[in-house]
Write a protein of this length. Structure first.
Length: 529
């Protein structure tokens, strides 16, 4: 039986066409995947179903839930419907949760809004719902706050809020994009289990075809506000009638052309016996503070011209190690050197040593000051030089850096909000290149990008490595990317490197159980036969 039917849906916002001729249907108890890159209209299609569109929106066409035309409902009636019959899971759980409310109160709030129950009854339902999403009350009491949970646990709380009243339709908008591969697999498995238990329908929105292909019964491929291909998942993957579907498929497994690994084996970065402790609260008023060991005697070497991958789940110590390498935090034990020069934290590090390293962060927009133009943003690292270029020399250096990443010199006069996500990441790479470093640390630099944009950035990094003789420390939870771009790999768990070796050797014959667990969780996309 058809639960949701979308027919001839069109949307414009302030006169600008966004969606055109959107048609698809969803059977009760099935999973529909909506695939497409940023700007394709995926999320606005979901918001159209939920009737959560911005002011100035003009909608035409028909959206029917179990035969009921949602377009004919008043806002009051839609408020009754949302949460009861249709619910939504958003991409970033921390922004979807109230940081000053406990998880129990937030799940119970949904129940109290739609059901005439007491606070105690609502909290009982909240506890049972959290148990369903595998957050048992004995380990995760209702009194916990969102910041006390991991990313995957917060996403489970958001799921609990959405399913508390057992809706008929659940919309999940990029629910696993920022999660580790094992956590991603767990969340997808949980969603499938809930669909089976409740008989509800699920719309799973993602830019990653590989993620959805193993979960959805049917898929819809969107591009520039239109549906370009739709149908049974296996049939679409087998036929791939539209070129864009083939493009997404190829980009999911894209492997950039890499230069041969340096044979000189000259050590550029040496990490030896590094440990890092963080203080923990006192257990008693007069007791001594404890400590948490985030890194436990970590040692490895990175060779000049090498691309080294560092993988592990959130909380394993990757970011702590990154901050230590960059000289942003002091360590309790061990030493770190680059090119033979010791790295000291804070102001103790000489400028000449700091110049040898640059970093590219995960969120390009968040790492820039939006009030400054691109020319100033790219030139920021000049402050670490003893003699900064001025005037024409400065503008020439900025232009050369922008052009080296595929942008133009004219882009220096623009603001960062005028660029797409992929272009912003290119600007971040240009900023990292401008002081001609020897090592670039890439901290989840492509995890938030669409698959085709990700492929372009990986190709760019490969070209820059060959042109500038760069070494990369590539930190990521995406093992597909790490396998495509790195020469060697380090696997970290609980602050310890549990396995290391050449990338293909680790992937082909993993030795540690944790490495095997990570590799097994990677979604593999193969054309259907």
């Amino acid at each position: 039986m058809t639960l949701l039917h979308v027919q001839d849906l069109a949307l414009s916002i302030n006169g600008t066409p966004i969606l055109r001729d959107i048609d698809f249907s969803l059977t009760a108890g099935q999973v529909l995947g909506i695939i497409g890159e940023s700007g394709s209209g995926k999320s606005l299609t979901a918001f159209s179903i939920m009737r959560l569109l911005p002011p100035g929106s003009l909608v035409s066409g028909r959206i029917a839930l179990d035969g009921d035309d949602l377009g004919a409902r008043t806002e009051t009636q839609m408020c009754e419907l949302r949460g009861n019959d249709i619910a939504m899971i958003f991409q970033e759980p921390m922004t979807a949760l109230n940081p000053v409310q406990t998880i129990g109160d937030q799940v119970a709030e949904t129940v109290r809004i739609h059901r005439q129950v007491s606070r105690a009854q609502a909290r009982q339902i909240a506890a049972a719902t959290l148990e369903r999403v595998e957050l048992p009350n004995d380990q995760f009491p209702l009194s916990r706050y969102p910041h006390e949970l991991s990313g995957g646990q917060r996403q489970r709380v958001v799921i609990a809020m959405a399913i508390a009243l057992r809706p008929r339709l659940l919309i999940a908008d990029e629910p696993t994009t920022a999660l580790d591969v094992t956590t991603q697999a767990q969340i997808l498995l949980l969603l499938k289990k809930l669909v089976a238990q409740d008989g509800m329908s699920l719309i799973l929105i993602s830019h990653d075809l590989a993620v959805v292909a193993h979960t959805a019964d049917t898929i819809v491929i969107m591009r520039q506000g239109r549906v370009v291909e739709a149908g049974d998942t296996q049939r679409v993957l087998a036929e791939m009638q539209h070129p864009y579907t083939r493009q997404l498929f190829d980009a999911s497994g894209h492997v950039p052309v890499r230069s041969a690994m340096s044979t000189g084996r000259e050590v550029l970065l040496k990490v030896q016996g590094v440990s890092r402790d963080y203080p923990t609260p006192r257990k008693t008023l007069l007791g001594k503070p404890g400590f948490f060991r985030a890194l436990e005697r970590v040692s490895f070497e990175l060779y000049r011209g090498e691309k080294l991958g560092l993988v592990g789940e959130s909380g394993c110590g990757k970011s702590t190690l990154t901050r230590a390498i960059l000289g942003l935090e002091a360590c309790q034990e061990g030493s770190i050197s680059i090119g033979g020069d010791q790295i000291a934290a804070g102001q103790l590090m000489p400028r000449a040593v700091r110049r040898k390293m640059q970093v590219v962060f995960q969120d390009p927009y968040g790492s820039f000051n939006p009030r400054h133009k691109v020319g100033r943003l790219v030139a920021e690292p000049f402050y670490i030089l003893d003699q900064q270029p001025r005037g024409t020399a400065r503008r020439a250096a900025v232009s050369a850096a922008l052009e080296s990443v595929g942008l133009t010199a004219d882009d220096a006069s623009k603001y960062i909000h005028e660029f797409s996500g992929g272009q912003r990441q290119r600007i971040a790479i240009a900023r990292a290149l401008i002081t001609r470093p020897e090592l670039i640390v890439l901290d989840e630099a492509v995890s938030a990008l669409d698959v085709s944009i990700r492929a372009q950035i990986l190709d760019l990094l490969s070209e820059l490595s060959a042109d500038h003789e760069l070494s990369y420390l590539f930190i990521s939870h995406d093992l597909t990317v790490v396998r495509a771009v790195t020469d060697r790999i380090l696997v970290m768990k609980d602050g310890v490197i549990v396995e290391q070796g050449t990338t293909e050797a680790v992937f082909q014959k993993p030795q540690h159980p944790y490495t095997r667990e990570l590799i097994a969780a990677v979604p593999v996309l193969e054309p259907a036969s």
